[in-house]
Design a protein around this ligand. Structure first.
Ligand code: FAD
Ligand code: NAD
Length: 474
């Protein structure tokens, strides 16, 4: 006999657990299934984000930033310390404690909202029947009018550099080294490569990042990528562009890599190799024969603009569907789908999902880059403003970076905001809000921003679209 629910969610990441809570809030009898185990081999809710993604990476970024500030920044303030030391075990222990707190917190939220958790692997069968293979080997069957697939994503493995969890690792291993690797190789100068590369570089690793594309951070606006690259170079991150890795051999003394940069073959030996070349939808085993839910050529669940799969009562959200692989995008889709199931309106505007890379300086953007506008024939005017001319940034010793506002040349509507600098993970939301309200650059220019704040760079960049920034030559 199968247990009956109104909604079954497969996957308890930031997409799935949020969908389950919202559905339960709306009075729907909800189950949420997750197969993941934590470091202690006990079930851990929260998905990639809470276990081995957003939260642990930010914990390590913060620890390593504190150490870097102590060793490199504090002297300017007149603060000195004798022989600062980093205890990696304590840093990793702090990270694990934070992860445990947050994954445990989801279990408590499920209890408070009466979401029934199932710990095991879920497979959708025809007729919205879900079979769960639980960790003790037993199987349960659940049925619901609506099933939400929120299976998330896994790291892509390179055939010549298979993960061994020891020398060649993905994000899971890269968040858990027991000591600072003397030489760290990274394949892929994307978000994970830059964030985790920064963590270990700040703690003393010699970090070499091998990026296949000839362009640095191709997804970001070119002005922002250029400014960021300059700062990373100063920090000692050795980023090699156009580098095609051919071989990665594990030997006694490390991982021996061979790569070609278009000019010549090169060799590199590292103690640890982090492979961060993107992620793919974790849909293996999710669908039994006969469900009629379609996967695209990359294994993503096909959905329409409302995350519906086209099969009655089957929805999919988060990393396992199209769109950016970001926790907040998954979360918003989870809420929208739960509300649609309950008969309410629900929609996610993928055009205003912000991106943040939590390096130092941080990189953030929303909307289109100048190049995208050019490629799409959108006429634009741009304005930018450097943090070096912002009193607060200089007082904080954080003068690097800039804000760039891109506005439609005819309507002045903001089509993109791009930032690199201190705390831009927070500042980017002024761009998100402005775009969601169809704001113009002139609207931002005429709003009063507090002084002295970093946000004044947003204000001045918006004024600069009309060549009337005050604190720079236009
Ligand atoms: P996931 O979080 O992947 O959760 C899916 C869950 O479903 C998993 O627990 C999985 O075990 C479970 N599951 C899968 N299939 C089944 C099944 N058949 N049965 C049962 N359970 C199943 N994003 C940001 O926005 N900000 C960040 O700072 C950020 N940092 C990141 C850092 C790293 C190192 C990584 C790897 C990712 C980061 N991300 C970040 C991306 C973010 O983690 C993902 O976009 C987000 O977790 C996607 O949420 P999701 O719910 O779709 O899937
Ligand atoms: P990514 O797509 O950000 O970057 C992968 C990089 O690897 C790209 O620059 C790509 O050109 C390069 N690459 C691909 N194949 C290569 C090869 N064979 N050799 C050398 N370079 C190669 O992917 P990621 O860094 O693995 O992160 C995966 C996803 O996780 C991100 O795209 C993002 O959606 C999410 N994430 C987000 C955050 C955040 O929001 N701060 C942090 C980490 C991860």
């Amino acid at each position: 006999m199968s247990e009956q629910f109104d909604v079954i969610v497969i996957g308890a990441g930031p997409g799935g657990y949020v969908a389950a809570i919202r559905a339960a809030q709306l009075g729907l009898k909800t189950a949420c299934i997750d197969a993941a185990l934590g470091k202690d081999d006990k079930p851990a809710l929260g998905g990639t984000c809470l276990r081995v993604g957003c939260i642990p990476s930010k914990a390590l970024l913060d620890s390593s930033r504190q150490f870097h500030n102590l060793t490199h920044m504090f002297a300017d303030h007149g603060i000195s310390a004798e022989k600062p030391k980093m205890d990696v075990g304590t840093m990793i222990g702090r990270k694990d404690k934070i992860v445990k707190q947050f994954t445990g917190g989801i279990a408590m939220l499920f209890k408070a909202n009466k979401v029934t958790p199932f710990y095991g692997f879920g497979t959708l069968h025809k007729g919205n029947l879900v079979k769960v293979k639980q960790h003790d080997g037993s199987e349960v069957e659940l049925k619901a009018a609506n099933v939400i697939l929120a299976a998330g994503s896994d790291s892509i493995e390179l055939p010549f550099a298979k993960f061994d969890g020891e020398r060649i690792v993905d994000n899971v291993g890269g968040l858990d080294f027991d000591k600072v690797p003397k030489r760290l190789g990274v394949i892929g100068a994307g978000v994970i490569g830059l964030e985790l590369g920064s963590v270990w570089n700040r703690l003393g690793s010699e970090v070499t990042i091998l990026e296949a594309l000839p362009e640095f951070l191709a997804a970001a606006d070119a002005d922002i990528a250029k400014a960021a690259a300059k700062e990373f170079k100063k920090q000692g991150l050795d980023i090699k562009l156009g580098a095609k890795v051919g071989k990665a051999e594990v030997k006694k003394d490390g991982v021996h890599l061979t790569y070609n940069d278009g000019k010549a073959d090169h060799k590199l030996v590292v103690d640890k190799l982090l492979v961060a070349v993107g992620r793919r939808a974790a849909t293996k085993g999710l669908l039994a024969e006969g469900t009629e839910v379609k996967l695209d050529e990359r294994g993503m669940v096909e959905v329409d603009e409302h995350n519906h799969t086209g099969v009655d009562g089957v929805w999919a959200i988060g990393d396992c569907v199209r769109g950016p692989m970001l926790a907040h995008k998954a979360t918003e889709e989870g809420i929208a789908v739960a509300e649609l199931i309950a008969g309410l309106p629900g929609h996610v505007n993928l055009d205003t999902v912000p991106w943040v890379i939590y390096t130092e300086p941080e990189i953030a953007w929303v909307g289109k880059t100048e190049k995208q506008c050019k490629d799409e024939g959108i006429p634009v005017r741009t304005g930018s403003f450097p943090f070096a001319a912002i009193g607060r940034a200089v007082a904080m010793n954080e003068p690097a970076g800039l804000v760039k506002v891109i506005a439609h040349a005819e309507t002045d509507r903001i089509v993109g905001m791009h930032l690199v600098g201190a705390n831009v993970s927070e500042l980017v939301h002024s761009g998100v809000i402005a775009m969601e309200f169809n704001g113009a650059a002139d609207d931002l220019a005429r709003i009063c921003f507090a002084h002295p704040t970093l946000s004044e760079a947003v204000h001045e960049a918006a004024m600069s679209v009309d060549k009337r920034a005050i604190h720079k030559a236009n």
